[in-house]
Design a protein around this ligand. Structure first.
Ligand SMILES: [Zn+2]
Length: 249
């Protein structure tokens, strides 16, 4: 278990990572353990006589702006002391620097930036698979248009996520649901006939799960800081007060 300690008056935190997350190598792990214990001692010494509390980390709340493999990425996770919510910002400016943890009062949410269909991949895949009897380009365009209509009506919350398909944490792929697939097939009947319809129908069936016909959503991390807005309210109140004072004069 990760242990997160907050100094309440300073609003500083210390993150104690579990020892078993260190490399297997005995020597390295001993070394890391010593450094870590020293860091904890330093933190406790620095905040001597300050009230501290331990924060509970919310499971599955880790999110990052860059791919997980990126060493200098900024990540966030949620924590709570049972009464207040916090977002912990975890980052390192340079690859050889230790991680920094910053406490933010508030929460974060994911805002949907855009929802797309992989048009390029679909066109490429069709060209490969149907190269003996290619579908006419205007019909392919009409097919892509229907797919874009699906994006407008689909309810993301109810769709199945395909997590392993994205190397990027803020790009999430969703599988099309039965209703959308039925809508797609129904509309294909208006565009394609006979052999062409059979070709598109089997194309859809082949690719509804392999990344060609998935819906791609791109999100953005929005930090909703409580302290900041409180501060802003205080400064607005102060400005009003000052204004009143001037007006009175
Ligand atoms: Zn302190």
């Amino acid at each position: 278990m990760n242990q997160l300690i907050r100094c309440i008056p300073c609003d500083e935190i210390f993150m104690q990572t579990p020892f078993d997350q260190w490399p297997e190598d005995e020597e390295t792990s001993e070394e890391c353990r010593t450094i870590e214990m020293d860091d904890l001692q330093a933190f406790l010494k620095h905040h001597k006589n300050h009230q501290t509390e331990s924060l509970h980390i919310l499971e599955d709340s880790f999110i990052s702006e860059k791919p997980y493999s990126e060493p200098t990425k900024i990540s966030y996770f949620k924590a709570t002391n049972g009464k207040e919510r916090f977002v912990i910002k975890k980052f390192r400016k340079r690859i050889d620097e230790p991680l920094t943890y910053q406490l933010i009062h508030g929460d974060y949410s994911l805002k949907l930036l855009r929802l797309e269909i992989p048009s390029k991949e679909i066109i490429q895949q069709m060209a490969i698979e149907l190269k003996d009897s290619p579908l006419p380009r205007p019909k392919v365009e009409a097919f892509l248009k229907i797919l874009k209509l699906v994006l407008k009506t689909v309810d993301l919350e109810s769709l199945e996520r395909i997590p392993e398909d994205s190397p990027h944490p803020l790009e999430i792929y969703y599988k099309m649901d039965e209703v959308s697939l039925a809508y797609l097939l129904r509309n294909c009947r208006n565009i394609f006939e006979g052999e062409e319809y059979k070709a598109i129908e089997s194309f859809i069936q082949r690719h509804q799960e392999d990344g060609v016909l998935l819906l791609k959503a791109t999100y953005e991390i929005q930090i909703n800081e409580v302290a900041k807005s409180k501060k802003r309210m205080a400064s607005i109140a102060q400005n009003l007060e000052a204004k009143r004072y001037v007006e009175k004069k």
